[in-house]
Design a protein around this ligand. Sequence first.
Ligand code: NAD
Length: 433
Amino acid sequence: MHIAVVGSGYVGLVAATCLAEMGNDVMTVDNDTMKIEDLKKGIIPIYEPGLDEMILRNVREERLEFTTDIRDAVLRSRIIFIAVGTPPEEDGSADLQNVFAVAADIGRYMDGPRIVINKSTVPVGTAEMVKAEIIKHTSFRADVVSNPEFLKEGSAIDDFMKPDRVVIGTDSDEVAEEMRELYAPFVRTNNPILVMSNRSAELTKYVANSLLATRISFMNEIANFCDIIDADIRDIRRGIGSDRRIGPSFLFPGAGFGGSCFPKDVKALRATSKENGYSLRILEAVTSVNTDQKLILIDKITKHFGEDLKGLRFAVWGLAFKPNTDDIREASSLVLIDELLKRGASISAFDPEAMKNTREHIGDVIDFAESNYQALENADAIVVVTEWTEFREPDFERMKKLLRQPVVFDGRNIFSPSKLKGLGFSYYGIGRR
Ligand code: NAD
């Protein structure tokens, strides 16, 4: 099939590459000229495991191209994906200007019927508005499908190639059939393609992310309570996670959730509910618990060192909002760094992939180390913010020698409290005994 994917970020680039991998001819469009120029030169703008190699191969085999020319892409494609950003407005609602700009372009340039697939995360009712925008500019038939994306950064290729389910929002049997054909190679193990109305499909995405965020905020609150009553959240997690009604996933407490999806999607769903005269009260709590949780390590740091952190140096391990990505959008590390600096501390940070993005975002207000060990030199404590696997089994004796004081603030509970205490560290986890 001839496909265009508009937006070549974390979702669009992965979707385009995986669609090409299945043999489709895919044009990837972006209005960021630098990004497209880089992609044409084989420079991949994001870190996603396995993506570089797959892009280069599909380009070489002439199934994947990059362009800023949306007109050409619309003319050459039967199916057009919209995968542009939908960042939050000040009131939490999703900013849809990128989506509508693309819709208008599609309407302007299409020279026959098209299927327009909305992959961006958008509020209920957007498909109808996208269709209205397209048909302002054309008299050809445009079917707008809501097809939310559930991939996770860090395992995006696997998630796209083998989705747990594909959600398709459309009222047309004919379009549903075309979508089944498009996705057939991705669901060969019989994972379901779920066809529903556009509105239900749009809402499904927000509900999925909001429920996952709710589990995390809930566990974070319980972990904080464990700290007070001297219980261990790991035991609680084991105790409840083995209950099949609950299951073991998304029960890990930590220093708050970040990323470009959970914080934004929880807020956007709340905004949609308000617009429709209903208040999703649980989601208000999810956001406010998470805002506080991003500062939970500061509480622990000031309990140990006192409120004034002037003259102290902290080694921060991990800047990305989670492992295996370079994405720092809404990352807990940024909130922590900001607060440590305000309190007069200095910081040396290390992250395997996210240092470039962090430097571009905050500048040289902190030191960027060349390795996780170098970050420890002359630091008064280490603060773990992202649970990269390479941080899990470090050489603790070496760490002790490099640190000025053997103090560990483990924001992701990756170390064993008893082991670290045995080695002479002061250890602070999240809800650990
Ligand atoms: P991103 O910011 O990484 O990428 C968006 C891209 O769209 C950018 O390259 C930008 O230049 C481009 N763009 C914006 N306006 C454009 C226009 N008018 N024409 C052409 N290109 C344009 O965003 P992302 O993380 O890929 O997210 C895209 C959408 O997918 C969002 O709605 C997001 O909520 C959703 N989503 C994201 C994830 C994720 O893990 N990142 C997962 C599922 C869904």
